[in-house]
Design a protein around this ligand. Structure first.
Ligand SMILES: Nc1ncnc2c1ncn2[C@@H]1O[C@H](COP(=O)(O)OP(=O)(O)OP(=O)(O)O)[C@@H](O)[C@H]1O
Ligand SMILES: [Mg+2]
Length: 432
């Protein structure tokens, strides 16, 4: 069953920031997994790219409605949401303080408990043990703490006053509370990050368990077909639906933006110009492409460039030839990175008898990658070349030649039409 949000008389689309729980669509299996962990007082680490719906999911888990829908009593769990970007710069002391502060706000009516928290907060230093003592009081009330930590990446990035040793100490104390303390029975948490926890934070050492091994891992992927249909409850033609999928795939934020633009177009009753529509969509969604690009590694970026280049010829009307040679070798050596890109919801691998082919999920991301090539300096290109371990110098030259051609023709900068083909065709046949 997919949650259905709304009637059509009002705009069903929701743009900007975490979606209000009333507009929350789909994610049935992720919510089930989260509740499984929470009710066991377990810990869950969710990761997903920009705009994939991480904060929305946390908000939904925090909402009383999501508990009532499952026949659970919301007040059993004291639900505390904390965005780690609010602790700036990130420091363990600030973290424990914010947790206690937010917790106090959530228990205002319980004077004894909020008084005990105030006493802890009045101390010059606050740490994990203060929370542990408060958990004991929460347990006595037959309640537990559900800590929902957004943008936890911040806790896993060193800076001037937060070096690797400090970070490791913080993570160990968190793990200690969750795994070894008596009060762990009154404590569950969900953390969200852009990348998998095991790829972030301090490197593992031979002694001791990994700092993250009390978490269950869950990637947040693009919406599936059912979820897209639930979100896109508007009556549009199958061709238009196809056009929207081409530009937005199952990306929740992109779908909502596309839906919102279409909704307004339908209301005016005028057929939008497809290129103007695509340009507006592109500019409204550019932030997601940019931040997805920025959070990938240089090797992943290189692979995205190769995939975009490999599909470039088919996209363009002016039929420039881009001969990259055989990319199978490099793709076979980089299956781990390609898998990570798939998990991030950026690309899809089509597996068939002849091997594997890769394609972008959203053509807007693909457009962005070509634009990145166009904007690369000569030094950027030289640096990227160094990533081609194991390729013959002939093939490296071939790839560089193609990159230079792309810079010369400026395909992405000059046209967006090649990336929104289905939409152009769909608009030509009407919207409804
Ligand atoms: N379950 C959902 N149902 C409906 N819309 C959703 C859902 N999840 C996400 N969205 C849409 O995607 C947009 C972005 O969601 P959200 O802010 O939760 O993503 P995020 O992963 O936290 O993004 P960021 O990486 O920027 O923190 C929302 O504004 C909403 O339009
Ligand atoms: Mg978010």
């Amino acid at each position: 069953v997919v949650n259905r949000p709304h009637a059509m008389s009002q705009n069903p689309f929701y743009v900007g920031g975490p979606v209000a729980p009333d507009f929350f669509v789909g994610r049935v299996s992720e919510v089930n997994i989260a509740f499984d962990q929470i009710l066991k007082r377990g810990h869950l680490a969710i990761w997903g790219g920009p705009g994939m719906g991480k904060s929305s999911l946390l908000d939904f888990l925090a909402s009383p409605g999501s508990w009532q829908m499952r026949g659970l009593e919301p007040h059993r769990a004291i639900r505390v949401y904390l965005n780690c970007t609010d602790i700036h710069p990130f420091q363990p002391e600030g973290f424990w303080r914010s947790v206690l502060n937010n917790l106090r706000e959530g228990v205002e009516s319980d004077l004894e408990l909020s008084g005990a928290i105030s006493d802890r907060l009045a101390q010059p230093e606050v740490g994990k043990d203060d929370l542990r003592q408060i958990l004991k009081l929460i347990g006595q009330r037959d309640q537990f703490l559900l800590l929902l930590l957004d943008d936890y990446d911040l806790a896993l990035r060193t800076h001037e006053d937060y070096d690797a040793a400090k970070m490791l100490a913080f993570l160990s104390s968190f793990r200690n509370l969750a795994v070894h303390s008596r009060e762990k029975r009154y404590f569950a948490s969900v953390v969200v990050t852009f990348r998998r926890l095991s790829d972030l934070g301090p490197k593992l050492t031979a002694d001791g368990s990994p700092w993250y091994n009390h978490y269950k891992f869950l990637p947040l992927k693009p919406f599936d077909e059912n979820e897209v249909s639930a979100l896109f409850s508007m009556p549009i033609t199958p061709a238009l639906h196809q056009g929207v999928r081409e530009i937005a795939d199952g990306h929740p934020a992109l779908l909502q933006i596309a839906g919102d633009l279409l909704y307004h177009a339908l209301r005016t009753g005028e057929m939008p110009d497809p290129i103007a529509f695509a340009q507006e969509f592109q500019s409204l969604t550019e932030q997601f492409s940019r931040s997805t690009w920025e959070l990938t590694t240089p090797m992943e970026q290189m692979l995205m460039m190769l995939i975009a280049l490999a599909n470039l010829e088919g996209r363009l009307a002016n039929k420039h030839q881009y001969d990259l040679g055989d990319l199978d070798l490099i793709f076979s050596q980089r299956s781990r990175e390609l898998w990570d890109l798939e998990e991030l919801g950026v690309i899809t691998c089509d597996r068939h008898e002849g091997g594997e082919t890769y394609r972008f999920n959203s053509s807007m991301m693909e457009w962005w990658v070509i634009k990145e090539i166009e904007n690369s300096s000569e030094t950027d290109l030289e640096q990227r070349k160094r990533l081609f371990l194991g390729l013959s110098s002939k093939q490296i030259e071939q790839i560089s030649k193609v990159m230079h051609q792309v810079q010369q023709y400026q395909e992405a900068a000059t046209s967006i039409a090649g990336w929104v083909g289905s939409l152009v065709k769909a608009f030509a046949t009407g919207m409804l």
